[in-house]
Design a protein around this ligand. Structure first.
Ligand SMILES: NC(=O)c1ccc[n+]([C@@H]2O[C@H](COP(=O)([O-])OP(=O)(O)OC[C@H]3O[C@@H](n4cnc5c(N)ncnc54)[C@H](OP(=O)(O)O)[C@@H]3O)[C@@H](O)[C@H]2O)c1
Length: 298
């Protein structure tokens, strides 16, 4: 049975270790790092507590420390000469590349990053709900191949990213998830201009966002788009801009997102309606905010 060591038994580390042990396909040997490794060991149900310098040889090395500590852990492991040629060493950062482990590659290790698109805020719950989670793999081909099997053994769904793309990949997740939250707050602030309080507005806006998300998943963004921009209704957009004019943050966001929406709407609009919409969105607050119009996709 392949063996692994865990460095950084925090939220993600102890959850993945528990799942790997429970799969019966991987044996946990050592656990290093963290202020309370005993509690992590109890949660995982296996492993001997050690230090970076005393961890035993293992086929896989799961580095689950915070992003800022990964390169330093790689340097310490290199100095400890703990890794054997062919061992797979991987970290779990969303934005960081496998190359953070470069000093270990020089020792013959196969390096990779494995990023589960999942929140490990509550490890006990995470261990139950992890199956079905998509996991991005990037790094040495052999390491990715072996990690594909590892991800599948705990119920995850692996997919591969080309080297050099992690920051953009993580930015995409940030836009899709974090900025969706920002968008919901912008919508609430806009509803407040109509005199609606949060208790009234949130169920209304959340219901609409949920319905729209389902349409995006089913139809893709272009076909899911409804509303005044795709209808070419410049008068309504003008009335929105007027209503938001007193709030610079809201009017700037409205126009920037409206301009980003234009390429999605372009194919549904005549040249004249498209030109009108461009003029409306780039006039007044839009131009004063210094917005540069992005040309529509061909
Ligand atoms: N949490 C998530 O939902 C999630 C999702 C996807 C990816 N990730 C990635 O997973 C990795 C771990 O994140 P996390 O949320 O699990 O962090 P975390 O809960 O803070 O756990 C990090 C663990 O590493 C230990 N540690 C910190 N510095 C160390 C060092 N220099 N040497 C050895 N151990 C060290 C910590 O010990 P102390 O607790 O004593 O500080 C803790 O046990 C990160 O790369 C993160 O980007 C996390």
């Amino acid at each position: 049975m392949p063996t692994f060591n865990l460095i950084g038994p925090g939220r993600l580390g102890k959850t993945l270790a528990r799942l790997l042990v429970a799969s019966g396909d991987y044996q946990l040997l050592g656990i290093a790092g963290g202020a309370s490794p005993e509690a992590a060991r109890e949660f995982i149900g296996a492993g001997e507590i050690g230090t970076l310098a005393t961890l035993p040889p293992a086929d896989f090395w799961l580095i689950a420390v915070p992003d800022g500590a990964i390169a330093d852990v790689a340097r310490q492991l290199t100095a400890a000469s703990a890794i054997r040629p062919g061992d797979v060493v991987f970290h779990c950062s969303g934005a960081g590349e496998a190359a953070l482990l470069a000093p270990l590659q020089a020792k013959g290790a196969k390096m990779a990053s494995l990023h589960p698109v999942f929140s490990f805020a509550d490890p006990a719950l995470a261990a139950q709900t992890f199956p079905g989670t998509r996991c991005a793999l990037e790094g040495d081909a052999l390491a990715c191949e072996r990690l594909e099997a590892l991800v599948r053994s705990i119920g995850g769904e692996p997919f591969c990213l080309a080297p050099g793309g992690k920051a953009a990949y993580h930015a995409a997740l940030c836009v899709a998830s974090n900025y969706l939250v920002t968008l919901s707050q912008l919508a609430l602030d806009t509803a407040a201009l109509a005199g609606m309080n949060e208790a009234e507005a949130l169920p209304l806006l959340h219901g609409l966002m949920t319905q729209t998300l389902a349409n995006i998943g089913r139809l893709g963004p272009a076909a899911a788009l409804t509303g005044p921009i795709v209808r070419g209704d410049a008068g309504t957009v003008q009335s929105h801009l007027h209503a938001l004019a007193s709030t610079e943050q809201l009017s700037t966001c409205y126009t920037r997102l409206g301009i980003a929406t234009l390429p999605l709407a372009r194919q549904h609009l005549t040249d004249q309606l498209y030109r009108q919409m461009v003029d409306t969105l780039t006039s007044q607050s839009a131009t004063s905010a210094g917005i540069v119009l992005v040309p529509p996709r061909p």
